[in-house]
Design a protein around this ligand. Structure first.
Ligand code: TXA
Ligand code: MG
Length: 341
């Protein structure tokens, strides 16, 4: 299958393909999603094949607004309404109990709930609107690899497996949406993202966090969080920001004649100078939001460096605010390996 790029001018072609049950990736503010008509079970099935995704991992249904939910959700809790008024369109996915049979079970993984999100991207909202049905949209990467933040990343992973990619430039957030389960007594964060616990609590009061996200010993509530994720082929180590410095780690690796790549703030990279084989700057202003935006692109760039690397060392940040989401992804990418001294 030939995989074509589409743009605003050729949006109608992307619309037709999706209506025919083909797959077209689309840009959002977080990462690129792999689109299929959420009401077409056969089309959704193809998403799992193209990604190599385990079939018990449910998908997010991308909608154009709160009105779309009425077809699938019996009653919207008042807190959820407040959150949607505040944060949609935006990087917040909400999980609701759905009207039985209102979505194919291949979308929900057979659960009684489904996840919904209105992405903040006008081209993609026009796409959903014109298709006339919501679109499922898992991150448009091969399962297990870092999520795609450019159309090129999608092409790299899925060329020949999907019909097209809607071009929308680099994404602005860089990490997937915050997933909040609204189906229980107290809203629970199942996946941290740019919108933090504090952001949500300012609007609706108490929010809890799935404790399995923290302990890492038990299976988390969100099916997707238990799989190996975000992993490049090259070995990734985190550098403990309190206990270690990059210089020590690099000199130890060099004793073993290893080719080292560094993914860190501009200051750290420039201090290391010619000691390292490769580098990718996470942030020039030192903020974790900026680092989060470039984490996946950096992991991909270093994984494909022309001179193959033995090791990639990555900067860590305190696990507060967006730092919690950044560290959640980095811990998975590194398999938890951390250099302390
Ligand atoms: O930012 C995003 O959310 C991106 C863009 C493309 O919108 N999409 C995305 O989708 O990250 P995906 O499929 O890679 O992640 C969806 C997450 C998974 O961890 C999945 O297990 C969880 O949401 N999920 C979906 N439906 C669920 C449900 N009913 N109950 C619990 N978790 C659910
Ligand atoms: Mg994903």
């Amino acid at each position: 299958m030939e995989t074509n790029y589409f743009s605003e001018e050729t949006l109608n072609q992307a619309v037709e393909l999706l209506q025919k049950g083909e797959l077209v990736a689309f840009p959002t503010e977080t990462v690129y999603g792999l689109g299929a008509d959420a009401t077409n079970a056969e089309a959704v099935q193809k998403v799992y094949q193209a990604k190599g995704r385990p079939s018990d991992n449910p998908l997010i249904v991308h909608v154009t607004g709160q009105e779309d939910l009425t077809h699938y959700v019996e009653s919207i809790p008042v807190e959820a309404k407040k959150l949607m008024d505040s944060f949609w369109p935006g990087p917040l996915t909400l999980i609701f109990k759905i009207i039985p049979g209102s979505l194919p079970s291949v979308v929900t993984g057979g659960l009684e709930t489904a996840a919904f999100r209105m992405p903040a991207n006008d081209l993609t909202l026009a796409l959903i609107e014109q298709v006339g049905a919501p679109l499922v949209g898992p991150s448009a990467n091969t399962s297990g690899k870092p999520s795609p933040t450019t159309a090129k990343h999608v092409m790299h992973d899925l060329a020949g497996k999907i019909a097209g990619i809607l071009e929308g430039g680099a994404t602005s957030v860089g990490l997937e949406s915050t997933v909040l389960d609204m189906s229980g007594d107290v809203p629970m964060i199942l996946r941290p993202g740019q919108l933090t616990e504090v952001d949500l609590e300012q609007v609706i009061g108490e929010v809890t966090i799935d404790r399995h996200l923290m302990t890492e010993t038990e299976a988390p509530k969100s099916p997707g969080m238990k799989y190996k994720h975000y992993s490049p082929n090259v070995e990734v180590w985190m550098i403990d920001y309190l206990k270690a410095d990059f210089k020590e780690a690099v000199s130890l690796a060099k004793k073993d004649h290893l080719n080292v790549g560094v993914l860190a703030s501009e200051k750290i990279v420039s201090d290391l100078g010619s000691e390292i084989t490769a580098s990718y700057i996470l942030t020039s202003n030192g903020t974790v939001s900026e680092a989060a935006k470039h984490l996946f692109a950096g992991l991909r760039a270093l994984d494909e460096w022309e001179e193959p690397l033995d090791l990639v060392l990555v900067e860590t940040f305190p696990e507060i605010g967006v730092g919690a989401a950044y560290m959640n992804r980095l811990k998975k990418a590194s398999g938890g390996k951390i250099f302390k001294c």
